[in-house]
Write a protein that binds this ligand. Structure first.
Ligand code: SF4
Length: 336
């Protein structure tokens, strides 16, 4: 595996403070390696977007980071503590080294500005030395990167299709050639054909430009196709992390397995669609023990009272996989 570009250690996020605080993220440990696509999957409310907002310091009140570290690793070896950056440092850091593509391009693009002005604005803010003509050339180049003809520079967002607007967002995120791009449900509003076209293009760009991607979606089938590794989230925790192919072939956590059996396979043998019974827990009223136990078909003795840690499954040494489930840990210990 290549060197890390982003490390998240023991990250905790609450909404609110004191006794009424809702624990939205608990003890998140995650590493993004240089050049990889790391998928984050889970149902709504599992904490995926909160994690993206916490890492980029875009969490707005009452969201508060209550513990942990997030480090960005520059190519020269310098380690940047993202949670300690001052406001001006953060402004310089975002877009230049880490950018984010939000869900729903129509809400993220300014409807009264042309594509040209929105693309060149990023350049104006971060590369003030660039001349106007250079900025326009770069904007054309960026559109070409995402497969849009330069004559659409003068278009307003409403004059573009949904897929083109999302491509403009990706072009904008790549404007300063960041090392990390976080994509929060970037293609959810698009049809499946457009989703795949955009994601294929993204993977090609990743190969061309060498950036790393954190790709967030509730659609695990997309992650299996486009990610190198997948982390599955449930109730504000990571419950399983492994290579995309390993998750597909042999998911160890019953929740990961439930997600996999919630969509029909287009290839390979037919399999029954089982789904997951019940609904995700409310973060303000989390079940004791393993948060998945009220829905888990395999729950047993320790599950309702003890929280399983995210560790390598018992007896497994070779595979880079971690799972938080008592089925895979010999002796229940520690609660966090
Ligand atoms: Fe199911 Fe128990 Fe594993 Fe939780 S710890 S996923 S309840 S078997």
């Amino acid at each position: 595996m290549s060197e890390p570009v982003l490390t998240i250690s023991d990250l905790h996020v609450d909404y609110g403070t004191g006794d009424d605080a809702v624990h939205a993220l608990r003890a998140i440990d995650l590493t993004l390696h240089r050049g990889e696509v790391l998928g984050l999957a889970g149902e709504s409310g599992s904490g995926k977007s909160t994690l993206a907002y916490a890492v980029t310091r875009l969490l707005s009140p009452p969201g508060v980071i209550t513990g942990g570290d997030v480090h960005y690793h520059r190519r020269d070896g310098e380690k940047v503590d993202i949670l300690s950056l001052s406001a001006p440092e953060l402004r310089a850091f975002r877009w230049a080294e880490l950018s984010i593509v939000f869900q729903g391009a129509m809400n993220s693009l300014n409807p009264v500005h042309t594509v040209r002005s929105q693309l060149t604005d990023v350049l104006k803010a971060h590369r003030p030395e660039m001349k106007r003509a250079e900025r326009t050339d770069r904007a054309k180049e960026l559109l070409a990167l995402v497969g849009i003809s330069a004559d659409r520079l003068g278009a307003y967002p409403h004059q573009l299709s949904g897929g083109m607007r999302q491509r403009v967002m990706i072009a904008m995120a790549l404007a300063l050639e960041p090392e990390i791009v976080i994509m929060d449900e970037p293609t959810t509003a698009l049809d499946v054909v457009m989703q795949r076209q955009i994601l294929r293009q993204l993977v090609k760009l990743r190969e061309q430009l060498g950036f790393s991607v954190v790709f967030i979606t509730h659609d695990i089938s997309l992650l299996i196709e486009f990610s190198d590794r997948i982390a599955i989230m449930y109730g504000g925790r990571i419950v399983e992390e492994a290579g995309a192919a390993d998750i597909y072939r042999d998911a160890r956590h019953p929740y990961s397995d439930g997600l996999l059996h919630s969509f029909p396979a287009l290839h390979g043998p037919r399999r029954e669609l089982a789904g997951i019974p019940g609904s995700p827990p409310h973060l303000a009223a989390m079940p004791a023990g393993c948060a998945f136990h009220p829905r888990c078909p395999r729950a047993f003795d320790p599950c309702a009272s003890r929280v399983p840690m995210l560790t390598r499954p018992a007896g497994e040494t070779a595979e880079p996989r971690t799972v938080a489930c008592w089925l895979h840990h010999a002796a229940p210990t520690g609660v966090r």
